[in-house]
Every structure is written in structure tokens, then in C-alpha cells.
Design a binder for this molecule. Structure first.
Ligand code: BDR
Ligand code: CA
Length: 315
């Protein structure tokens, strides 16, 4: 079975791997990429997105430009210290001129949802500003989207951008809260799992020995691994965004994903951006929680990163 995906990205290093995985997996129909601010500014994200799609021979996938900064109007701050000024660890082709849709990211999401009601999976792997903007423009959107998967949050694991919060949620907590309040069910693939099935040195070596796409992935991962050495003590990286694509498309299996209420902390203070899931059922074999609809992925079967590496190296 094929999973039809709209992928919302803030193309940094791990987003590039997610895009390539979606573009090259036979089990996925990549319908569109919508771009947002986050790791880098939205224009850089759009350029990087179109670049990797071109590299994968997928110029048929439309790329739309979206939000420039957070919903509350505060100035945007970017994660260039993690992904490089160019979002690709210093390896981007900065002369590449992307072809973008005339429609904005929210407009494209809404139009596609009308054209293919009940068919499309929305997978968001950046701050949730575009998704919240699409909901604001068309509150009936949840009726036509099949599933929503979000790379974001941390439930039992610590945050990464602050002790409490994961970067995508922290960048725009107000947008994230509007997304969880909408009438759809969201699956959160957060740091509890993306910091488990990690990219290691042997994955990088396999990519470096692969074809053009594999070698590009190895080059962009090099600086990303250096950042993670500061976090973990060894050269490696979280495979955040591709794992969300994997879970959405059934290429990665969630082995523990309770359906629970999830709230986003929008206060200004040390807990800003924290995702609070009601996990008290952990002591009682996860009883059904009345009114709950979001899934907090707490464990996945290992092996997805291995399979993704093989796919990208062999492309
Ligand atoms: C998330 O934040 C970004 O830096 C990554 O691309 C990923 O989407 C991980 O916290
Ligand atoms: Ca991302």
C-alpha cells in the first residue's frame, strides 16, 4: 500500500534525509513539499528542498514557500548552529534557483486536501506555523486530511533546544497548540524515539561509499555529527525527520504509542514549548483515556535508520 504524503519541512540536514527518503521510497507517494522557517529562513529551506528533490530526479514534486517566522509575530530565530548557515552543513549549492509554486504553503495544503479528500497524510517536521496557518484559513481542513504525523515533542525524554522543549515545538508553541486543538488525531514522533535509532559512523561510511545521493548525505551529515558530538560525546546524529516519515508510511513500526491527551506549554518561561502528555496509564497497561486522540510514540522497532541508509546509499 502506498502512503500519499504532503511533507512540511524547514530543510536542514535531517529534513533533507527525510525528503530523500519520501522521494525515493516505493511505498510513498510524495505529493508536495511545503517549506517553513525553523532550522534556517524559509527561502533557504525552500532552496534546499527543491535542490534535494532535483538531485533525486523528482522535479515533479511541487515545492511551496510558507511562513517566515512564528505565529506570535516575534522575530524568527534559526538553528544555524546545528545545521549550518546554509542548512546543509556548509554543502548547499547556494547558486541553485528553486522553482516554487505560486500558491503559499497553506494554500497548497488546502487545495490538495480538496482535490484528494481523505487520502493525504500531512507529515510536519518543522515548526508548525504553516499547519496552524492552514487551519486558520480553513478550519474544515481536518475533515479531509487522512492522518497527521509530527516530528516534535519529548514526553519522557529531555528537550534539546531547552531542558524542557524540543526545537520544532519550541520555535512556535502557539501554532503547535492550535494544531493539537484541531479536530484531527496527531501522531507525535519526538525525541523519545528519534534519539534512539541514531545515525552512527557506520551509516555515514555506507552513505559515503554510495551513489551521488548517498555521498551528498554523507557530506551534509559530517558537520551535523560534530554538533551531536557536543551533545552525546560521540559523532552521531538523531534521525529525527526521516523517522517521522517512516512511522507515517509504515516503514518504521511504533511499538509503544499510547493514545493520550497532549498539551503544549505556551507560557513564557522555562517550560515554554514543553509537550505534556498524560502518561499516567504507564502504570496500568494504558487504559483507554476518554476523549484522547493524539498518539505519543514512545518506542519504535530498531532498524529503520539501517534501511534508510541502504535506500539512500543505493539510490
Ligand atoms: C527537529 O529540529 C530540527 O532541528 C530538526 O530538523 C528536527 O526537525 C529535532 O528537534
Ligand atoms: Ca526539521
Amino acid at each position: 500500500m502506498t502512503t500519499s504524503i504532503i511533507l512540511d519541512v524547514d530543510t536542514g540536514v535531517d529534513d533533507a534525509l527525510a525528503i530523500l527518503t519520501a522521494a525515493l521510497s516505493p511505498q510513498i507517494e510524495l505529493v508536495a513539499c511545503t517549506t517553513t522557517w525553523g532550522n534556517v529562513d524559509v527561502d533557504t529551506a525552500a532552496r534546499n528542498t527543491a535542490y534535494v528533490l532535483t538531485m533525486a530526479g523528482r522535479t515533479d514534486v511541487p515545492v511551496a514557500r510558507g511562513a517566515e517566522g512564528p505565529s506570535n509575530g516575534a522575530p524568527a530565530t534559526f538553528s544555524t548552529g546545528v545545521h549550518g548557515e546554509d542548512g546543509q552543513g556548509g554543502q548547499a549549492d547556494t547558486s541553485f534557483v528553486p522553482t516554487l509554486t505560486a500558491e503559499s504553503a497553506p494554500e497548497l495544503i488546502i487545495r490538495l486536501s480538496h482535490e484528494r479528500p481523505g487520502e493525504l497524510h500531512l507529515v510536519a517536521v518543522g515548526p508548525l506555523t504553516n499547519v496552524a496557518d492552514a487551519l486558520a484559513a480553513d478550519p474544515t481542513l481536518p475533515e479531509r486530511i487522512r492522518e497527521v504525523t509530527i516530528m516534535g515533542g519529548n514526553f519522557l525524554a529531555p528537550g534539546n533546544i531547552t531542558p524542557a522543549a524540543e526545537a520544532n515545538i519550541w520555535h512556535d508553541p502557539e501554532a503547535a497548540q492550535r494544531v493539537v486543538e484541531a479536530g484531527w488525531a496527531c501522531t507525535f514522533v519526538g525525541l523519545d524515539v528519534t534519539m534512539r535509532d541514531m545515525l552512527e559512523e557506520h551509516h555515514l561510511s555506507e552513505l559515503a561509499a554510495g551513489g551521488e545521493i548517498g555521498r551528498y548525505c554523507a557530506r551534509i551529515l559530517d558537520a551535523y555529527y560534530d554538533f551531536y558530538r557536543g551533545e552525546t560525546g560521540r559523532r552521531c546524529a538523531g534521525n529525527h525527520d526521516a523517522l517521522a516519515v517512516g512511522v507515517a508510511a509504515g516503514l518504521a513500526t511504533a511499538t509503544l504509542a499510547p493514545v493520550v491527551p497532549i498539551e503544549i506549554d505556551t507560557t513564557v518561561g522555562p517550560n515554554r514549548g514543553r509537550t505534556t502528555a498524560d502518561l499516567r496509564g504507564i502504570h496500568n497497561a494504558w487504559p483507554v483515556v476518554a476523549g484522547a486522540r493524539h498518539r505519543a510514540v514512545l518506542a519504535t522497532e530498531p532498524g529503520f535508520t539501517e534501511r534508510m541508509t541502504r535506500l539512500l546509499a543505493g539510490a
